[in-house]
Ligand binder design. Structure first.
Ligand code: G6P
Ligand code: MG
Length: 222
């Protein structure tokens, strides 16, 4: 019996994945690193410094920067990102997601946020969704980022449920891997091939409803 819903934020509740991309691309251009789709996809769900390391590695420049320089690049990326985040309004909630949150709350599901982003509270605030998420895992408290299950295990604990009583919503392959490793039900939102490790994948957020999730779970005999 599923009683908890654990949400990723970027790319699930709102399309901030494009803002992360825009902000990182500015940094990549600045240091002369080329960009491609695979690199972009691999940054989803990955914490700020780890994402920077992946970008530098992609350009074979990981040895060329001191720790202090890397921290300055990450800070600069974050400044670009926050300027974009502060344009968000409740109109930027992805289609169907507020209805899903309302339905979950109304049916008594416990809700938690498992985002690697240190900016998650600000994004929720701008979207007008803070009240839906009294339980937000602070990524600063984590030892390991996604695909490690830690954030999803902590999210389940924050709503006082065993992981097996929770479903997690994710747009990133690393996130889906974390949910499965935590022994939770994984609901992927995005590309069916990219997210093939999920128990159920929806291509579009407007299709993510409790009845659709229940239908898909019955088909798969959970
Ligand atoms: C999310 C995004 C990642 C981002 C990470 C850290 O997981 O999917 O692309 O790198 O958060 O975000 P932050 O806002 O703390 O830099
Ligand atoms: Mg995401």
């Amino acid at each position: 019996q599923i009683k908890g819903a654990i949400f990723d934020l970027d790319g699930v509740i709102t399309d901030t994945a494009r803002f992360h991309t825009q902000a990182w691309r500015q940094i990549a251009d600045q240091v002369g690193i080329s960009w491609d789709d695979a690199l972009q996809e691999s940054l989803k769900g990955i914490g700020r410094m780890a994402a920077l390391e992946l970008i530098l590695k992609h350009g074979h420049l990981e040895q060329n920067f001191t720790q202090g320089e890397k921290e300055r690049l990450a800070t600069e990326k974050n400044q670009h990102y926050l300027a974009l985040v502060d344009t968000l309004t409740p109109a930027d909630i992805l289609p169907g997601m507020q209805a899903l949150l309302d339905d979950l709350a109304q049916k008594g599901y416990r809700i938690a946020l498992a985002s690697a982003s240190k900016n998650a509270p600000r994004v929720l605030q701008n979207l007008g969704l803070t009240a839906y998420f009294p339980n937000v895992v602070d990524p600063a408290t984590l030892t390991h980022g996604k695909p490690d299950p830690e954030i999803f295990v902590k999210a389940a604990a924050s709503i006082h449920l065993p992981p097996a009583a929770c479903m997690g919503f994710e747009d990133a392959a690393a996130g889906v891997a974390g949910i499965k490793a935590a022994d939770e039900v994984a609901i992927g939102i995005g590309d069916k091939c990219e997210l093939r490790a999920a128990d159920v994948v929806f291509t579009q957020t407007q299709d993510v409803t409790l009845p659709h999730i229940q239908q898909a779970m019955n088909r798969r005999d959970f």
